[in-house]
Design a protein around this ligand. Structure first.
Ligand SMILES: Nc1nc2c(c(=O)[nH]1)N[C@@H](CN(C=O)c1ccc(C(=O)N[C@@H](CCC(=O)O)C(=O)O)cc1)CN2
Length: 288
């Protein structure tokens, strides 16, 4: 449950003995009380990863000291670090094309309070009429049509919306247009896509048909950070389900919808709870 009075610290640095003590002492000296702590040693890269959720006895008095202490140890131990103040909900933009099952699922989980976030807008490359059956409540809707000729202009409008809405996260909830290298580089670590296959298998726009032709017995879905390399970004969450010889491509698509919904929701939950740390081309995900 999001403790709205807490902070979340995520960090990575070259590994060495005593780092947990260094971090916990740094917070304690600023009246910090740790409520959750997880760490990981990547023995291949020699890097250390840590997630700490903590409160301060007196925020107003001790917040500046806490940041100053963190600056000091971060310099000393070459840390990449980030602190989220969880009194502010993360702001997300949801992008969608024709298939709306992931959009509907995220809206439902948000409406019932499972995903504690602010939805700053829904962006689609199809007109709002296509989604008339969806209760978007008061969420702003942006229609951004795109063709190969208008892609640059469309992406400029998209970037303006991202800036104006101060979005922390862009969710590609079956948005079926490839973001340019320029835009995907600007969104590194802040844009999550749901790919409808168990990557690295079956990249591209039609993975279920590829899987059917291959005769697989398992299909899956993958939530990953978006990079300029299509379907190659750091993986956050994956899941699979069984299919059989009697399943048609339509059955693959039907069974796949449930996996896509579940996997994307989990990845969004991990993100808004500051559970993900990038580790090169991979991720460290501190689960709940
Ligand atoms: N820079 C990135 N952009 C996007 C990624 C990504 O990984 N990096 N993922 C896609 C989603 N996706 C698969 O999960 C995907 C979407 C679209 C295509 C594709 O070939 N699209 C065609 C147009 C298809 C159409 O109009 O229906 C194209 O863009 O030419 C492949 C994979 C989202 N963006």
């Amino acid at each position: 449950m999001l403790n709205s009075d807490s902070f979340a610290l995520t960090l990575s640095c070259p590994n060495q003995p005593g780092l947990v003590s260094v971090v916990s002492s740094c917070l304690y000296e600023a009246s910090g009380n740790i409520t959750e702590a997880q760490q990981h040693d990547d023995t291949i890269t020699g890097r250390f990863f840590m997630r700490v959720v903590f409160t301060l006895q007196d925020r107003a008095r001790h917040k500046a000291l806490m940041f100053a202490n963190m600056e000091k140890i971060a310099k000393q131990y070459q840390m990449n670090w980030h602190i989220t103040d969880r009194t502010r909900k993360k702001r997300v933009l949801i992008m969608v094309s024709r298939f709306d099952h992931c959009l509907v699922d995220l809206l439902y989980r948000w409406r019932i309070g499972e995903l504690i976030m602010d939805i700053a807008g829904i962006i689609a490359n199809h007109p709002k009429e296509l989604y008339a059956h969806i209760d978007m409540q008061e969420v702003p809707f942006y229609y951004l049509p795109i063709t190969p000729e208008t892609k640059t202009t469309q992406e400029e409008k998209l970037q303006s919306i991202i800036e104006e809405t101060q979005a922390d996260l862009v969710i590609l909830a079956r948005y079926m247009q490839v973001l340019s290298s320029n835009l995907s580089q600007k969104l590194i670590g802040h844009c999550i896509n749901i790919h409808h296959s168990f990557l690295p298998g079956f990249k591209g726009a039609k993975p279920y048909h590829q899987a059917f032709e291959r005769g697989v017995k398992l299909i899956g879905a993958t939530a990953h950070f978006v990079t300029s390399d299509l379907d190659e970004g750091p993986i956050i969450e994956q899941d699979v389900t069984r299919v059989t010889h009697s399943d048609t491509p339509a059955d693959f698509i039907r069974k796949g919808r449930d996996i896509e919904r579940r996997v994307l929701a989990q990845a969004v939950r991990d993100y808004i709870q500051d559970r993900i740390i990038l580790n090169g081309s991979k991720t460290v995900v501190f689960g709940d």
